[in-house]
Design a binder for this molecule. Structure first.
Ligand SMILES: [Zn+2]
Length: 242
């Protein structure tokens, strides 16, 4: 037996969102040329979805509260968004289908939770004054993970924590780096090392050994040492934390 938790990467069954938008786009027979289309789930605070069309490029962001919604609901929302941007009237079926979904009690609950959690955890954007976490994440993903780590939410902490320099919040799929590291005195490789460590938490989720939770497993530690500046990063971090 293999459990999802035992797989190296978290498995999520998600609807192919761009495909849904493409399908609805062709069903609506939109004449306006669309050269490319991107659609993805986004952790908005609450049930918010956005759509924009710039230079033939269509970009939709759908509240991740809908990540597990049925394809029917997603199609309804895609229709509403596409109609909005192309000045059409969405069908009554689409409007009713989406509305009914948003009023389901478990969905209301999730919207409230998302709102509460995200406003509490609001982070500073990934592009800091000196270091850009998003760029660092993507670079590391290519260099060390064959691009296999799912895109995570990234951000700098509000407070300049000295004790906790990095943290991976698995509940929200978020990597948080202490703003203390967004400084010209901190070399880029040090921030890279922190992000790399947190990415390893995604690569090697917490294991269970009897009643113990193994957060940094042996494989985790071994992979960590593959970071080229591992030793000097550890030395520097000791100074910073002290
Ligand atoms: Zn750790």
């Amino acid at each position: 037996m293999i459990q999802a938790e035992q797989l190296a990467l978290p498995l999520r069954l998600e609807t192919d969102l761009p495909e849904v938008f493409r399908r609805v786009l062709s069903r609506l027979r939109i004449r306006t040329p669309v050269a490319s289309l991107s659609a993805q789930f986004h952790p908005f605070a609450g049930l918010r979805s956005t759509i924009a069309l710039r230079n033939d490029v269509l970009k939709a962001q759908v509240s991740d509260v809908l990540a597990e919604a049925s394809p029917l609901v997603l199609e309804a929302l895609a229709e509403i968004l596409l109609c909005k941007i192309f000045h059409r009237r969405p069908s009554r079926e689409a409007r009713e289908c989406y509305l009914a979904f948003t009023f389901r009690p478990e969905i209301r609950r999730r919207i409230d939770e998302a709102r509460r959690e995200r406003s509490r955890k609001r982070l500073l954007p990934p592009r800091g004054r000196h270091h850009d976490l998003e760029e660092i994440f993507h670079g590391l993903n290519q260099r060390f993970f064959h691009g296999q780590i799912p895109t995570s939410r990234l951000g700098w902490s509000r407070h300049k924590s000295r004790r906790i320099l990095g943290h991976y919040d698995s509940g929200h799929g978020t990597i948080i780096v202490s703003r203390k590291l967004d400084s010209p005195e901190v070399p880029r490789y040090l921030v890279e090392y922190i992000v790399y460590h947190e990415m390893l938490h995604i690569r090697f989720p917490v294991e269970r050994s009897g009643h113990r939770r193994v957060v940094h497993s042996r494989e985790f530690r071994e992979a960590e040492k593959k970071f080229p500046e591992y030793e000097s990063a550890c030395r520097k971090l000791k100074h910073l934390g002290g």
